[in-house]
Design a protein. Structure first.
Length: 486
């Protein structure tokens, strides 16, 4: 059982060396429902250094045997875990909606994506891992193979509490690593349910470990721990950079996936209904809390007014509320802190002279951390709302005279994660594909929407320039060995 009951409280436990255990700190913290002020979802462990130490040591011990198993055998564990997660979709998605507010439909969709991620990486256990390379010595055989890194530390955010831990853990495991995961505190309970699927699939003790608690404490201990050979992280740029510095100091491998300020360009030949729908879906689903969310909407002057009207008409139909209620399109911000951040950006937008076209207010205040879908216009590219990641349901409209100006503006950002263009002109498409500085470029499709079988990652400040997901994951989670036999 991943929980225990203590004074009528349901307490989620740590998972160390194949067992669900309480922290020796004897401290727990509460996970709160952002849709219902005052409703506690449950409790999780505030772990100690000793807990983390135990997890890292047991991962080190277990990795040796795990790494020696055939890839197909490791894959079988992932397939079993996938089947178990599939049976538990409703339960896992319920925890997700309760902990971070995403609508139940989105939470179920994400959990189904988690199942697909496990199945995809199970298949990786059967695929080629090296090349035969002709040697200059005709009597020799030269080839490459790949070996696991050892123990991988996994630090994950709250916005995709099932998909992100799985798209990091599943490739780590299939390529023979052991893992210690430190999930976001806001969604620790959801993550423990995912780990429980791996436990119930019979994964050998120590191969997977989960330690919950403060990121500032456990996260930093993780990157500095001698038993940790690599770190994979998704979250804020500030924390990502701290981890990178520490990883470089220790000479370990690291992978960071961080922020975005993703643009969508609407050309004067675009299908404006499609563009408006995709801007809303890409910018406001999950309450704008995706690193791939649309944030800057760069519109050609010829279609600006028409596009704006379509966008506003559609935005006005959005229903905000508890993600469990039928009819809710957009849930609350994930926490009080996120709500405050979003409201402070809205204030800054007004102060800096942008025009608030729609929304901008906190709503259902006595119920939860809700904010209206919001759109600004008359913004300039130098305004804070056009430069910084807001991570909320806020769109900024920017008008341009030409497509060259649109592309230049789209690239005028420290980030480069995802970007889209709406156009029917092949020349516009090709310029965008070639010149847009983003890891994910999408034509006539919203900026969000990552496919698990394709590489994912950003340019500039959005990532550590590595890619995760798809086959690209093998580059991070393994080391290449070149073998020469004579
Ligand atoms: N790229 C993305 O998908 C995401 C981007 N963000 C951006 O970051 C902003 C802040 O969100 P927030 O949740 O605070 O993001 P953080 O980067 O603080 O948190 C992400 C993960 O890192 C952990 N963490 C926190 N501090 C440290 C540390 N010093 N060392 C190691 N790990 C640490 C967190 O643990 P704990 O939860 O215990 O603090 C969590 O597991 C958002 O508004 C958004 O702009 C946030 C989440 C995802
Ligand atoms: O767009 C997506 O599906 C994934 C987004 C993501 O990776 C993130 O927000 O961290």
């Amino acid at each position: 059982m991943n929980t225990m009951t203590e004074s009528k409280k349901t307490v989620t436990l740590n998972y160390i060396n194949g067992e669900w255990v309480a922290s020796d700190s004897e401290q727990t913290a509460v996970s709160k429902n952002p849709a219902k002020i005052g409703e506690d979802v449950g409790y999780y462990q505030i772990s100690s250094s000793n807990d983390f130490d135990q997890a890292a040591i047991s991962a080190r011990k277990a990795q040796k045997a795990w790494g020696k198993l055939a890839g197909s055998v490791r894959g079988d564990y992932l397939l079993k875990a996938a089947a178990i997660l599939e049976e538990r979709i409703e339960d896992v998605a319920t925890a997700m909606t309760q902990e971070m507010g995403k609508t139940f439909a989105e939470a179920k969709g994400e959990t189904a994506r988690g199942v697909a991620i496990l199945r995809y990486y199970a298949g990786e256990g059967m695929r080629a891992i090296g090349d035969v390379i002709p040697s200059s010595d005709s009597d020799a055989l030269m080839f490459t193979t790949r070996v696991p890194l050892g123990v991988v530390g996994v630090i994950t955010p709250w916005n995709f509490p099932v998909a992100i831990p799985l798209w990091k853990m599943a490739p780590a495991l299939i390529y023979g690593n052991a893992v210690v995961v430190k999930p976001a505190s806001d969604t620790a309970i959801t993550c423990s349910k995912v780990i429980n699927c791996l436990h119930d699939a019979g994964i050998p003790a120590g191969v997977v470990n989960m330690v919950t608690g403060s990121g500032a404490k456990i996260g930093m201990e993780m990157v500095n721990h001698p038993e940790i050979d690599a770190i994979t992280f998704t979250g804020s740029n500030t924390v990502g950079k701290q981890l990178a510095h520490a990883a470089v100091d220790r000479g370990i491998k690291y992978q960071l996936e961080m922020g975005g300020k993703n643009p969508v360009i609407v050309a004067n030949d675009a299908d404006l209904d499609l563009a408006a729908d995709a801007t809303i879906s890409g910018g406001l689903k999950s309450t704008g809390q995706k690193c791939t969310a649309t944030s800057r909407v760069i519109v050609h002057k010829d279609v600006y007014e028409e596009f704006k009207e379509k966008l506003l008409t559609k935005m006005k139909t959005i229903t905000v509320g508890d993600g469990f209620e039928t009819g809710t399109w957009m849930g609350p911000c994930a926490s009080e802190g996120q709500l405050e951040t979003v409201l402070s950006y809205i204030e800054k937008g007004k102060q800096e002279g942008a025009k608030l076209l729609y929304g901008g207010n906190q709503v259902l205040k006595d119920q939860g951390y809700y904010v209206e879908p919001t759109v600004f216009e008359n913004a300039t590219p130098s305004m804070t709302i056009a430069r910084e990641e807001i991570f909320g349901p806020v769109l900024v409209l920017l008008k341009v005279e030409t497509m060259e100006e649109a592309l230049e503006m789209a690239n005028d950002s420290e980030y480069g994660l995802s970007a889209s263009i709406f156009t029917t002109n092949i020349g516009n498409m090709l310029s965008f594909i070639n010149e847009m500085d983003a890891g994910l470029v999408r034509i006539n499709a919203e900026s969000a929407g990552v496919e698990l079988q394709a590489p994912f990652g950003g340019m500039k400040q959005s990532s550590s320039h590595s890619r995760e997901q798809g086959r690209a994951a093998i580059e991070f989670f393994t080391s290449i060995k070149t073998v020469f036999v004579k």
